[in-house]
Structure formats: structure tokens, C-alpha cells
Design a binder for this molecule. Structure first.
Ligand code: BG6
Length: 513
């Protein structure tokens, strides 16, 4: 995307909503502490927050999981994660040992009540020293452990302290389908109140996803156009160039629909289409998201073949294929790509198609939303001279080149009335500096510690999104939209292009173009 923005004077990402002084002492208990998420994301995020002075003065972290480790071994393991995945390397902003000394480890058995007594005793001793009883439980385990952990926390009476607060962060996937999500919600609600529950979708922690709200609701010029009268179609792409890596065991059960569509893709769709909330708070925001999720047209089984494409990567020549990945069944039908068409049945969006695609091993990593505006009602320029090919579009680049650009037609200088499509663009790194974009987990961890659930999914939101995904998965399992294959490094199967072509559209180049 060509860049024609100038750096903003004094632009900085001071997170001015954050008042760490209100957080006296916070204990964080991470379940699944020996796992990948803790190593690659959570602890590097804590380290960056500490470097930015955004952690509570006194925080303590207890890691628990099945692996046998001492505190020192745990800390050494975390150091390698910070070294590899954190912007701020160990020792870069204060002695590593001081930071590491906040981290402790206890090996546990998730089903054993005694393990929870050990956690309770550890919390008790750390509160004795510091006085406050606030605690964030973080479930970074495989999803099958969520229910037993929550039940054990309830049985050990750890969810409702006499002073301080208790909250629980639950990683995605939240459920495997509507039924299991409803059940998990019920089990969680047996122990925690809804306002203690933080269901994480890390896409909501991305700066540019939040910027979608600012862009739509802090500017007067776009909102009047943001509807069926001016918008022809909307395209959402969440493309990854990597394969399933070491997560094949999980992924082969989940596939792209559960891994990306039910959560990240539908969150992007929801933020693009919802009505303006009256305030930026968890209730107002999530109420609007729920309303628009309710308005998304449920797919009828007989339509699934028309509105969906499912595919797997499989190279013609190199032998690289999803089915050949370690841990994937050799006859797996799991989709690594989904192209979908949704409609939102309300006054604002009636008749506007929303095309979404997401897949692994695609041409490049990009997440973008393209709003395609309608053509002018009458073109007064001679047809020969029209440069009207793509009409106006707004490209919202979520990652990796975060920014927003708008295309429109201009006259090419010289004789005649030749027109050409040009870009007007804003890029985050030139506007705010590339170092200023925090990792999604930084923002979400801070919000959870502060008790702001605006960027976390509510129980009804989760259930509604499963309600949309389930019929598609169900129809797929019965053979609708037969599985097709695509070459790794491309933009996916031709069936996906054909789905749009039938409606007179094509996937836009978006931010990768
Ligand atoms: C996760 C999925 O939620 O999001 C992964 O489980 C995927 O499969 C990842 O790779 C993509 O996140 P990001 O932030 O790299 O776009």
C-alpha cells in the first residue's frame, strides 16, 4: 500500500486508560503453564507490560501444569520464551532475575482436589505477605480441561473471595459446537458470575481491530455511507501462510471453521456491521454485537453448497499436503480453507453479501476487510475512457501492514477524460511508529486485570456464533460443498473464486495487493 501519511506529532501509544496504581497486588494463576501459549504469548506479554511500567507494582504469577519442574526450571523455560518472542529481551529493562522471581511453579494433577488445595495455600501465603486477595485464573490448557478445572476451583471455594476480586480468563476454542459451548457456559456459571468470566479472542486485542470501532464511530463521514444504499459487498480475508505446525492433533479436530471462523472471522464481521453502541463499555458494546449476530442469516442445509467452499492444501508436485502433516489422519476431511457468504438481515445490511475467507498455507499472511462501494448511478464519461474498473473501496488492513486506504477515481492529466484509480492511505507505522503497536495479549491481560470485559466475548455472543457455524459444519459432514484442494502458496481453491464470480464479484487484492 503506498504511503502518503506523515508522522503525527508527539504520537505515542500511551495507554491512558490504564491506571496501574489502582491495582495493588494481583496474583495470576496460569493453568497450562508448561505449554506453548504461556511460553510464546503470555509471559512475553507480561514482560513487555513490566517494561512499559504497566504491570501492577506487586504481581505474582503461579504456573501450574502436569509437568514436573522446579521454580528455577520454570523460570529458565520462561526466559527462552522471552528471548525468542518478546520485543524486550531479558535484562533489557531491569534485571531478569527480579522479573523472574515473581514466577513460581507447582506441578498439579488437574482432577485432584489436593492440587487445588496447594494452589489455595500458595495464594494464601502470598496474600498474607501482601494483604490483597485479587486473583486472575488463566486457562491456557487444552479445552477438555476447562470444565474439570472450573469445577475444582468451585469445589475448593476459590471463586468468591471475601475481599479483592477473582476472574477467570478462558482461551478459545470455547466449546466445540453449540451444545458443548452451552454446556461449558453452564458449568462456568455454576462457579463464576458472568462478569468474572473473560473469554478471550486475541483478535479483539489487536490495535487495528479496535481501530475499526474508532474509524466507524469517531468519524462522521463514513457512517452515513455504511449501509446497503452505498455498499455493494464486503470481503473479509484472514489468510495465513503457515501450515498447522505442531498443532495437528488439535487442528484436525477443529479445522478452519472452529479455529478461525467461529471466533476471529465472525468478530471482524460483527464489528464491521454492528450499530453504534451508546458507550464504550462491556455491556453496550456486547449488546450491539449480539444484536447483529442475531441478524446474521442462519444457513439452510440446502444452501450450504452455494454459500460455502471447503478445501485442504495439497501440492501437486512437492508432496506437501495437509494429510501428510504429522498427526493428521491420512484420509482427513478437515478443511484448512473456508470461503463463505453471509447476509445480515436487518435494515442496514439487507441484500449486501459478506464474503469471508480464511485458510492456512495461503499466498501470504494478511488480515483485511474490504468495503466495496457501489458504482456511480450514471457514468457521464465515454466508455472508452473509463478507468472505473474497481469503483471506490475502503481497505482496512488489520495485519501485517496495519493501516487504512481508500481507492477512488482521478483524472489522468492530459487531453481527454481518462480516469485512473488511486489510493489515499494511512499507515500505522508512519503515523505512530512501528514499535508502538502492542501485542494483542498485552492489551487483553491489562483489561482482564483491570476488570474491563469490553474486548472479551460474552456467553450469548459465543453461543450465537456457534449457532451460525454449526449448520455449515453439519452439512459439510454430510457431504455438502465437497472437499476440494488448493496449491499451497496460492489464494485457495478456484471454487472460492467461482462462488464470488457467480455473483459478479472477485476477491479483492486487499492489503496484500
Ligand atoms: C489462532 C489460531 O487463534 O490464531 C491459529 O488458533 C492461528 O491457528 C492464529 O494461526 C492466527 O493469529 P494471528 O494473530 O497470527 O493472526
Amino acid at each position: 500500500m503506498p504511503d502518503n501519511t506523515k508522522p503525527l506529532p508527539n504520537a505515542s501509544l500511551q495507554q491512558d486508560r490504564i491506571d496501574v496504581s489502582t491495582l495493588e497486588h494481583v496474583a495470576i494463576v496460569i493453568f497450562g503453564a508448561s505449554g506453548d501459549l504461556t511460553h510464546r504469548k503470555l509471559v512475553p506479554a507480561f514482560h513487555t507490560l513490566k517494561c512499559k511500567g504497566l504491570m501492577p507494582e506487586q504481581f505474582t504469577v503461579l504456573g501450574v501444569s502436569r509437568s514436573q519442574m522446579t521454580d528455577d526450571e520454570f523460570r529458565d523455560h520462561l526466559r527462552t520464551g522471552v528471548q525468542a518472542y518478546c520485543k524486550n529481551k531479558p535484562d533489557e529493562c531491569g534485571p531478569w532475575d527480579e522479573f523472574a522471581s515473581r514466577f513460581h511453579y507447582i506441578p498439579i494433577d488437574y482432577d485432584d482436589p489436593e492440587s487445588y488445595q496447594k494452589i489455595a495455600a500458595w495464594l494464601g501465603s502470598c496474600w498474607d505477605n501482601r494483604g490483597s486477595a485479587s486473583c486472575l485464573f488463566y486457562l491456557a490448557t487444552p479445552p477438555s480441561l476447562y470444565e474439570p478445572i472450573v469445577a475444582q476451583l468451585g469445589a475448593a471455594n476459590m471463586a468468591h473471595p471475601e475481599d479483592g476480586w477473582r476472574r477467570i480468563v478462558v482461551e478459545k476454542p470455547f466449546g466445540h459446537d453449540l451444545k458443548s459451548a452451552q454446556r461449558l457456559n453452564q458449568e462456568v456459571h455454576r462457579v463464576f458470575e458472568e462478569d468474572q468470566v473473560y473469554r478471550i479472542d486475541h483478535y479483539l486485542g489487536k490495535e487495528t481491530v479496535q481501530n475499526l470501532l474508532v474509524f466507524r464511530f469517531a468519524n462522521a463521514i463514513f457512517e452515513p455511507l455504511w449501509n446497503r444504499n452505498y455498499i455493494d459487498a464486503v470481503f473479509i480475508t484472514v489468510a495465513e501462510s503457515v501450515g498447522v505446525g505442531r498443532r495437528a492433533g488439535y487442528y484436525d479436530e477443529a479445522g478452519v471453521m472452529r479455529d478461525m471462523v467461529q471466533n476471529h472471522v465472525l468478530q471482524l464481521l460483527t464489528l464491521t456491521t454492528m450499530e453504534p453502541p451508546v458507550a464504550f463499555n462491556a455491556t453496550a458494546l456486547r449488546n450491539e454485537k449480539v444484536k447483529v449476530l442475531e441478524a446474521i442469516r442462519p444457513v439452510r442445509p440446502e444452501d450450504v453448497g452455494q454459500i460455502s467452499v471447503r478445501a485442504q492444501y495439497r501440492a501437486r508436485n512437492t508432496g506437501l499436503s495437509y494429510r501428510g502433516e504429522e498427526g493428521v489422519r491420512s484420509d482427513s476431511e478437515t478443511a484448512t480453507y473456508a470461503g463463505l457468504k453471509f447476509f445480515v438481515d436487518n435494515w442496514r445490511w439487507q441484500g449486501v453479501p459478506f464474503y469471508t475467507r480464511s485458510g492456512k498455507m495461503l499466498s501470504t499472511k494478511t488480515t483485511d476487510i474490504v468495503i466495496l462501494f457501489k458504482r456511480v448511478p450514471h457514468l457521464m464519461f465515454p466508455k472508452d475512457y473509463q478507468g472505473i474498473r474497481p469503483p471506490n473501496s475502503l481497505n482496512i488492513c488489520i495485519q501485517p501492514d496495519e493501516g487504512i486506504s481508500m481507492t477512488f477515481n482521478m483524472k489522468v492529466p492530459g487531453a481527454g477524460m481518462r480516469t485512473q484509480t488511486v489510493d489515499m492511505s494511512f499507515q500505522y507505522d508512519s503515523g505512530f511508529g512501528s514499535d508502538n503497536l502492542p501485542d494483542a495479549y498485552e492489551r487483553l491481560l491489562i483489561d482482564a486485570m483491570q476488570g474491563d470485559a469490553s474486548l472479551f466475548a460474552r456467553s450469548d455472543e459465543i453461543e450465537l456464533s456457534w449457532r451460525l457455524v454449526d449448520p455449515i459444519l453439519d452439512a459439510w459432514s454430510r457431504g455438502a460443498a465437497p472437499l476440494t484442494f488448493y496449491e499451497p502458496g496460492t489464494w485457495g481453491p478456484r471454487e472460492s473464486d467461482m462462488m464470488l464470480a457467480r455473483d459478479g464479484f472477485a476477491w479483492p487484492a486487499g492489503c496484500a495487493g
